[in-house]
Design a protein around this ligand. Structure first.
Ligand code: ADP
Length: 663
């Protein structure tokens, strides 16, 4: 790690010390100037008629602006007054004080009185105006102490905010280093040793990244042919797909200093700090070339600028981004600083950031496919004590749509579940439970569902299962459950086939399975319920997409309005009212067709369907094997081999049917 934190701290370094020192000095001063107890209050006539008259008074100190006089008794007369002070021996002489009205002419009174006294009873007097030393001192001390305290507080605060990540390079330093970059630095001595071996799958991304590592190790190989070393690479992909992990692996492999920080680290509550941190980061990086700078979640600063002028709260972020753009342009191509950044929102990034010359390379990382999932499982299973019979490919098959982070989480959950049951090994059932838990949320055992509702849910789910079983193009069923989990009351889980394109037939079968639950309720209860919300929502989206995005309706034709406006076509609606109506009608036709398909299937397999629902009510969870027992083996997809026409890019919120829930 970069900095040596073992330096001995000087005892004077802490601000607290600087608060204590004056306090101690004040106390010492008071100690040495202590002249005894407080004087006792008395009245002027007492002083005049008794003390002065008896010749006991040595001196009177009169403070005009406080209208208070202190009486000093002659040393040899102190004994006389001991009784008044509880009989103890008196060591101090200013025993009494008195007060006089403001208009009282003290000087005249004192001098007049003194003149009438015989020589042995005469007393001295002084008339002062008190200067309030303590008051004065405190008047300037308080603000000073206040300022010191505030600075101290701020420095603690900003240390807490920025040093929390425990970085070895930045972290800490308090308010005085607020504009410094908070990057963590990993270099040869760092203990973080993630290598490419720890990153499973992601082969293409690894190749690209390894090339960058290679650039840094032997730049001449590339520059001698006239090529330029790229300045940066942007890793784009859904959360948890291993972008950060990949960057860490680069740190482990490259053997060059690696600065890591998150986009949000630039942003602080102080204006100008972001830009200054960017400058500082690049300054540090340039001092250590060749090196790699990694900015995680770059969308925190790299969001497109200037869309909402007038909201000045964005200014700070924009300044930071401008600085970042400038810095990326500012150093020479071959200076050996390579910037990696990661985001899962490439769509919102500023275009200027993405242009060639800044992030020349964009590496897209997708959710892992079957083979990659198996590899990721293998990486994470290494740490667990496993049942020797456990089949990793089975686990990979059970986890479609899972990211690397989800898989890591499944492995950890499975180990915890096994430990809860005091098992010696983590076995298949633990993994299945862990997957259920991660997909569906916590099982809600305490949720009480009336028997009539439970029956409806069972028929609903049996409806999904039956329809999908008999439609050859639907996703194969994994299991059906009516145990409430998270928000869902029941669910039918499918194994989505990892297909990149979908035919119209596949989509129709998919839609029929989705509406199968609602149709089952119609047939059995003659009533429909709100439980089909989630199904209908997805059904509607899919049907609209088929008509308006995929050109799958004969009437509307081969048109697609997908992403129309975002691509710069400023038409508020790129189709006429008539076409809009047609889209609506065609969507309804598709949904009605799916409804009819589902109804036909259920009506022609009524006995099996009822048996299945009954079984579901008894066992709560049933698997594909149970369906096979009731209905016989499933008819396989008919036309999976026939390649379909390539569809436009699938909108994110569409297909990926892995589950259909009852809400
Ligand atoms: P991202 O930055 O893409 O959101 P991370 O890199 O932080 O995701 O991944 C989170 C965790 O998921 C990692 O620490 C790792 O345990 C696991 N993981 C993700 N992808 C992979 C992979 N390809 N191989 C091994 N583990 C992975």
């Amino acid at each position: 790690m970069a900095q040596n934190n073992n330096k001995k701290k000087s005892p004077f370094a802490s601000v607290i010390t600087w608060i204590y020192i004056p306090l101690i000095l004040i106390l010492l001063y008071m100690w040495f100037h202590y002249d005894g107890g407080d004087p006792m209050k008395t009245e002027w006539y007492e002083v005049k008629e008794k003390m002065i008259a008896e010749g006991d008074v040595e001196k009177i100190n009169y403070v005009m602006n406080e209208q208070t006089g202190t009486v000093t008794i002659k040393k040899d007369r102190l004994k006389k007054y001991e009784n008044k002070f509880g009989g103890k021996e008196l060591k101090y002489q200013n025993l009494f004080y008195f007060q006089l009205p403001a208009l009282f002419d003290v000087e005249k009174e004192f001098s007049g009185l003194r003149d009438t006294l015989p020589e042995n009873k005469k007393f001295e007097y002084t008339l002062d105006n008190a200067t309030d030393y303590w008051g004065n001192i405190f008047n300037w001390l308080w603000p000073l102490l206040f300022i010191i305290f505030t600075i101290y507080l701020f420095s603690r605060l900003s240390r807490g905010m920025s040093g929390g990540a425990g970085g070895s390079g930045g972290g800490g330093g308090g308010i005085f280093s607020v504009g410094k970059s908070q990057a963590k630095v990993f270099d040869k001595n760092s203990k973080v040793k993630v290598t490419f071996k720890d990153v499973a799958g992601l082969e293409e991304a690894k190749v690209e990244i390894m090339e960058i590592v290679d650039f840094l190790k032997s730049p001449s190989k590339y520059t001698s042919l006239g090529g330029k070393i790229p300045k940066g690479a942007l890793l784009i992909g859904p959360p948890g797909t291993g972008k950060t992990l990949l960057a860490k692996a680069v740190a482990g492999e490259a053997n060059v200093p690696f600065f890591s920080m998150s986009g949000s680290d630039f942003v602080e509550m102080f204006v100008g700090v972001g830009a200054s941190r960017v400058r500082d980061l690049f300054k540090q990086a340039k001092e250590k070339t060749p090196c790699i700078v990694f900015i995680d979640e770059i969308d925190a600063v790299g969001r497109a600028r200037g869309k909402n002028v007038g909201f000045s709260s964005n200014d700070e972020r924009e300044n930071t981004l401008n600085q970042l753009l400038t810095e990326m342009d500012g150093f020479g191509t071959n200076s050996g600083v390579i910037i990696l950044a990661a985001t899962n929102r490439a769509d919102i990034l500023d275009k200027a950031l993405m242009r060639a010359g800044r992030f020349d390379r964009q590496i897209t990382i997708d959710l892992p496919e079957l083979k990659d999932r198996e590899a990721i499982f293998k990486v994470h299973l290494k740490k667990l004590k496993l049942d020797p019979d456990l089949d990793t490919s089975f686990l990979a098959k059970q986890t479609p749509g899972f990211s690397g982070a989800d898989i890591a989480n499944v492995c950890n959950e499975a180990a915890l579940i096994a430990a809860r049951h005091n098992k010696k090994h983590v076995d298949k059932q633990d993994f299945l439970d862990a997957i259920d838990r991660i997909v569906g949320g916590l099982e809600r055992k305490s949720k009480i569902i009336p028997p009539s509702e439970k029956r409806t849910i069972a028929f609903h789910e049996a409806g999904h299962a039956t329809v999908s079983w008999f439609l050859p193009n639907a996703n194969p069923l994994l299991k059906v459950t009516i145990i409430p989990r998270g928000k869902a009351l029941g669910a039918a889980w499918y194994v989505p086939e990892e297909r990149q394109i979908m035919t119209k037939e596949q989509m129709m079968d998919e839609m029929a399975s989705l509406i199968g639950g609602r149709v089952a309720e119609e047939i059995i209860n003659n009533k429909i319920s709100s439980g089909a919300l989630n199904d209908l929502e997805r059904l509607t989206k899919m049907a609209y997409a088929m008509v308006a995005y995929y050109g799958m309706s004969d009437k509307v034709g081969n048109v697609s309005w997908y992403n129309f406006q975002e691509d710069g076509y400023q038409l508020s609606k790129p189709f006429s009212e008539k076409t809009a109506e047609m889209v609506d009608q065609e969507t309804k036709v598709l949904i009605d067709k799916a409804h009819q398909m589902a109804k036909d299937v259920l009506e022609s397999h009524m006995d099996g369907f009822k048996e299945l629902a009954q079984l579901l009510l008894e066992k709560e969870v049933i698997f594909a094997e149970d369906l096979e027992r009731i209905y016989g083996p499933r008819v396989k997809e008919l036309d999976s081999a026939a390649p379909a026409k390539e569809l436009p890019e699938t909108p994110e919120e569409l297909p990926e049917t892995s589950e259909s829930k009852t809400e």
